[in-house]
Design a protein around this ligand. Structure first.
Ligand code: FES
Length: 91
C-alpha cells in the first residue's frame, strides 16, 4: 500500500499517492477543463508533462501560474484550477 497525502483541489479534499505531480492528480480526478487559456478562454490541458508547454498552469498555495507537471503534491497543499469563473483572475 502506497503512502498518500491529502491536498485541497478547488476547495475539496483529494487523496493522492506521495510523489504524484499536481497535473497528474488533477487528470486522475477527472477534473475538466483542466484550465482555460488566459487569452480567449479556450480549454487547455497538460500536454508535454515535462515543463515545456506551460499548458498545465495551476495556482498552488495562492501562487498562480505554477506548472502542475513539475510540482509534486504535498500534505495540505491548496490547488486551484485556473478556470473561467473560479474567481482567481485567470481566464
Ligand atoms: S504539461 Fe507541459 S509544462 Fe506542464
Amino acid at each position: 500500500m502506497s503512502e498518500t497525502v491529502t491536498i485541497e483541489l478547488d476547495g475539496e479534499a483529494l487523496t493522492v499517492p506521495v510523489g504524484t505531480p499536481v497535473a497528474a492528480a488533477i487528470l486522475a480526478a477527472g477534473r475538466t477543463p483542466y484550465r482555460h487559456h488566459a487569452k480567449g478562454g479556450s480549454p487547455r490541458a497538460p500536454y508535454c508533462l515535462m515543463g515545456v508547454c506551460f499548458d498545465c498552469l495551476v495556482t498552488v498555495d495562492d501562487v498562480p501560474d505554477c506548472r502542475g507537471c513539475l510540482v509534486e503534491v504535498a500534505e495540505g497543499m491548496r490547488v486551484t484550477r485556473q478556470v473561467i469563473g473560479a474567481g482567481d483572475g485567470h481566464g
